[in-house]
Ligand binder design. Structure first.
Ligand code: CP
Ligand code: NVA
Length: 344
C-alpha cells in the first residue's frame, strides 16, 4: 500500500491568499470539494468539520456576499464566526497588522481578511500562526475564483478547453484572479479591455507560466469581436472598484464595453453553450444610490451589464453568489478541518 497517500493533507494549516500560491490540482480539488459540500447542504447531511473552532472575519471594505458566505459557512461547519469591521477594532489605526495578527491568532483558529493592501493579508498570514483566507484585496479575489469555476463546472460539466471572456477593468482584482485561475485550469482566457485598463505584464507573466503547463490560451485585447468569438463565459465586474472614485474616467473608457445583447450575439456561441457571470454587486439599473447618481451625471441607466442580459437566460450570477458559501466552506474545511485529503 502506498502510505504516502495517507499523509496529513497538505492543505492543513495553509492560508489561501491568492490562487497562484496553490497548485492547479489543488484548485481543482477545492472546486470539486465545493460541489460535494453543496450536495451535502442540499441533502441536509451534516458536515461539522470545524466543530468548536473560532473564526474572525476582518473587513476593511464593505461586503454582502463574502461576509454572508463566511458567516453561514462557518456556522454550517460547526464553527463560531465573529465579525470585526474596520470601525470595531484597532487594526491599522492604533495597532499594526503584525501585532493584531499575533493577538487574533492566539484566540481564533482561522482569520478572514478583506482589505486594501495585499501586503496586509500576507503579513497577517505570516504572523497569525493560523490559516488566513483572503476575502478580497486590491490585487486578488481568490475565494471568488473557486465559486466562479464551480459555477462554470456545474453548467458545462468540465473546465479544460472552455473559453472565458472577462470584459471591463482588466486590471482589477477579479480580472487578475480570473486570468490566473483560468490559466491554471486550462480554460482559455480573454481579457477584453481598453488599452489603459489591460492586464499588467507582472500578472500576465504569472498566468502565462501556468498556461504553458496546462495549454490554456491567453489573450489581452481591446478587439471585441475577437475576444467574444465562440466564448462560453462572458464575465464582467464593476467599472470602479472599492477604494477607487474615478467614475468619469471609467464611464468614458468603459461605456463601449458594456455587456449587452449585441455582445452576446457577436459571440456566435450557441445559446446553450454560453453563460453570463458577474461577481456582484452589479450596476444594471438605477435602483441604487450610485446608479441614480451616474444616471444624473452621465445619462446612462446601466453600466457594465445591461438589465436585459442580467435578467436573461444566460445569467448565472445568483447561482454564482450562492456558490460563494459552498466554496468558502470548502476552503475553510480543507485548510482547518483535519480532513483526510489524499494527495491531489
Ligand atoms: N462578490 C463579492 O465579493 O461580493 P461582496 O463584495 O458583496 O462580498
Ligand atoms: N472589483 C470589485 C469586486 C467586488 C466583489 C471591487 O474590488 O470592488
Amino acid at each position: 500500500m502506498d502510505t504516502k497517500k495517507f499523509e496529513q493533507s497538505h492543505f492543513q494549516g495553509k492560508s489561501f491568499l491568492a490562487v497562484k500560491d496553490f497548485a492547479p490540482e489543488e484548485i481543482e480539488y477545492l472546486i470539486d470539494f465545493s460541489l460535494h459540500l453543496k450536495y451535502l447542504k442540499k441533502h441536509n447531511i451534516p458536515h461539522h468539520y470545524l466543530a468548536g473552532k473560532n473564526i474572525a472575519l476582518l473587513f476593511e471594505k464593505t461586503s454582502t456576499r463574502t461576509r454572508a458566505a463566511f458567516t453561514t459557512a462557518a456556522i454550517d461547519l460547526g464553527a463560531h464566526p465573529e465579525f470585526m469591521g474596520s470601525n470595531d477594532i484597532q487594526l491599522g489605526k492604533k495597532e499594526s497588522v503584525e501585532d493584531t495578527a499575533k493577538v487574533l491568532g492566539s484566540m481564533f483558529d482561522g482569520l478572514e481578511f478583506r482589505g486594501f493592501l495585499h501586503q496586509n493579508v500576507e503579513d497577517l498570514a505570516k504572523y497569525a500562526g493560523v490559516p488566513v483566507w483572503n476575502g478580497l484585496t486590491d490585487d486578488w479575489h481568490p475565494t471568488q475564483m473557486i465559486a466562479d469555476f464551480m459555477t462554470i463546472k456545474e453548467n458545462f460539466g468540465y473546465l479544460k478547453g472552455l473559453n472565458l471572456t472577462f470584459v471591463g477593468d482588466g486590471r482589477n482584482n477579479v480580472a487578475n484572479s480570473l486570468l490566473v485561475a483560468s490559466a491554471m485550469l486550462g480554460v482559455n482566457a480573454r481579457i477584453l479591455a481598453p488599452k489603459a485598463l489591460q492586464t499588467t505584464p507582472e500578472v500576465l507573466a504569472i498566468a502565462q507560466k501556468f498556461a504553458d503547463q496546462t495549454g490554456a490560451e491567453l489573450l489581452i485585447t481591446d478587439d471585441m469581436e475577437v475576444a467574444v468569438k465562440n466564448t462560453n463565459v462572458i464575465y464582467t465586474d464593476v467599472w470602479v472598484s472599492m477604494g477607487e472614485s474615478n467614475w468619469e474616467e471609467r464611464v468614458n473608457l468603459l461605456k463601449p464595453y458594456q455587456v449587452n445583447m449585441d455582445m452576446i450575439k457577436l459571440s456566435g456561441t450557441p445559446e446553450n453553450e454560453l453563460i453570463f457571470l458577474h461577481c456582484l454587486p452589479a450596476f444594471h439599473d438605477t435602483k441604487t444610490e450610485y446608479g441614480e447618481e451616474i444616471f444624473e451625471k452621465y445619462g446612462i441607466t446601466e453600466m457594465e451589464v445591461s438589465d436585459e442580459v442580467f435578467n436573461s437566460k444566460y445569467a448565472r450570477q445568483f447561482d454564482e453568489a450562492e456558490n460563494r458559501m459552498h466554496s468558502i466552506k470548502a476552503i475553510m474545511a480543507a485548510t482547518l478541518g483535519n480532513l483526510f485529503v489524499p494527495k491531489v
